[in-house]
Design a protein around this ligand. Structure first.
Ligand code: FUL
Length: 456
């Protein structure tokens, strides 16, 4: 048991996963013939002539993305309808036969570079247009297209693979050769992370509503992400049961009770992918979600050991909708304001290696604290299982403020609800001597906290 815990504590991210985690918040861009047909899944027979973004301006996209504080873009180079936003040599179903005749992948990649943000792409293996789909030749076709994207558009930070396939019972079946796709990416873009339902680098959070788990572990059973590298031996209960039931939507994929049954653990952190509007594509009748909705998603994803991939769909002109642009700016302003006032505090570490207690004498009344953020040194592994935060009064009284589970890359602990009229946790202790205490109550190994920050 002890040996397995030590191994679990030592499961580490790759350099490319660490870089991706630090990107934190980036934009998904869904753009295809669906934008013109009002569909979410095109059927692949849409004529190229309908795709006509007359005012296309990728710099406008980048400006709006940056205003929200996002640091990257992931463009749907090809969605399920098979239409390519670049003039691929391997199909006629692309921008080259549309009225726009522009290489949108190139324009988007160049705009990202000009704006100083990262560029990546989504490439749908499900292709409802290709005549090869459902035959072994399709994997060659897919690899040819993937190679074009990996070699002609500069540095790529992210390749996003979608496992969706909505063919009916009599529809074409395609065996996707993911290991072959992955090896192309490693060869041409060794710094790019790969998203896929089953790893290798980033996994799906299990929903598209923007909800992170209460405990979103990056160290998960290999049964769930079988494309990721297994870094431990089997759990002590591996022979006593199995995790074959486990799917993306399971709420406890990384918790100790589950991983004990695992055949081995991998490092596969979660991405929260969701849209600023109900749909992934632009629809004339849809509106952006409220600012509060988006702020809450930000806090629970970026602040819950995950990254946030927020979709903003261009409209039929090829521009981001003004309503979305406004919302992005509001969101960026909100994030900047909430995390503007950090109080510099001296942190003393006591307790034990696995149950450290951090004490911080306060110079402001604790009720002024809005957030405490915790960051583990995840390059060494993810270790904290649970913690609590309380305030100590000079008299010895303890007031509980927060109780949490895992920490990982970043945990944003809200000590006040930013949207509530009245914060139920406040009471009046002005003037009394106060110490903020962060106590790790369980860990898998020696706790290495990289940062503790306090915001008022
Ligand atoms: C899903 C797709 O089917 C949706 O259309 C969208 O692209 C979303 C991000 O992934 O699997």
């Amino acid at each position: 048991m002890r040996k397995f815990l030590q191994e679990a504590a030592g499961v580490r991210p790759s350099k490319r996963q660490l870089d991706w985690f630090d990107t934190e918040f980036y934009a998904f861009i869904h753009f295809s013939p669906n934008t013109y047909t009002d569909l979410e899944w095109g059927n692949g027979t849409e004529p190229e002539s309908i795709f006509n973004p007359e005012k296309l301006d990728c710099d406008q996209w980048v400006e709006a993305i940056k205003a929200a504080g996002m640091k990257g873009m992931v463009l749907t180079a090809k969605h399920h309808d098979g239409f390519c936003l670049w003039p691929s040599k391997y199909t006629e179903h692309s921008v080259k036969n549309s009225p726009v005749k522009r290489d949108i992948v190139k324009e988007a990649a160049d705009a990202c570079r000009r704006g100083g943000i990262k560029f990546g792409f989504y490439l749908s293996p499900w292709d409802r247009n290709s005549k090869y789909y459902g035959t072994p030749e399709y994997n060659d076709y897919f690899c040819n297209q993937l190679t074009e994207l990996l070699t002609e558009y500069g540095e790529i930070f992210y390749v996003w693979f979608d496992n969706a396939c909505g063919e009916g019972p009599n529809g074409k079946k395609q065996e996707y050769d993911f290991p072959r796709y992955f090896s192309l990416i490693r060869r041409y873009q060794p710094n790019a992370v790969i998203f896929n339902d089953f790893g290798p680098d980033v996994r799906w959070c299990g929903n598209e509503a923007g909800t992170a788990r209460y405990a979103e572990w990056s160290v998960v059973p290999s049964e769930l992400c079988h494309y990721s590298e297994v870094q431990t031996g089997p759990g002590p209960l591996a022979g006593e049961g199995d995790l074959s039931y486990m799917y993306n939507t399971d709420q406890n994929i990384g918790t100790l009770s589950n991983i004990l049954y695992s055949k081995g653990l991998v490092y596969a952190p979660a991405e929260i992918d969701t849209s600023i509007r109900p749909g992934w594509f632009w629809h004339p009748d849809e509106q952006p979600h409220s600012l509060e909705h988006l702020c809450r998603i930000y806090l629970s994803s970026v602040g819950g050991n995950a990254a946030l991939n927020l979709n903003i769909p261009p409209n039929r002109d090829g521009l981001l909708d003004e309503r979305d642009v406004k919302r992005l700016k509001e969101l960026g302003d909100w994030i900047r304001t909430e995390f503007e006032h950090e109080i510099l505090a001296e942190v003393k570490r006591e307790g034990t290696a696995m149950q450290p207690v951090y004490t911080i004498p306060l110079k402001v009344p604790y009720k002024a604290i809005r957030y405490v953020t915790l960051e583990e040194d995840i390059a060494q592994g993810q270790r904290v299982e649970s913690f609590r935060i309380f305030v100590n009064e000079g008299s010895g009284d303890k007031h509980p403020l927060y109780q949490g589970t895992c920490v990982g890359h970043k945990k944003i602990c809200q000590l006040a609800d930013p949207f509530a009229d009245q914060n139920p946790l406040t009471n009046d202790m002005d003037g009394a001597e106060q110490t903020l205490v962060i106590q790790v109550t369980a860990a898998r190994g020696e706790v290495k906290m990289k940062n503790i920050r306090i915001y008022i």
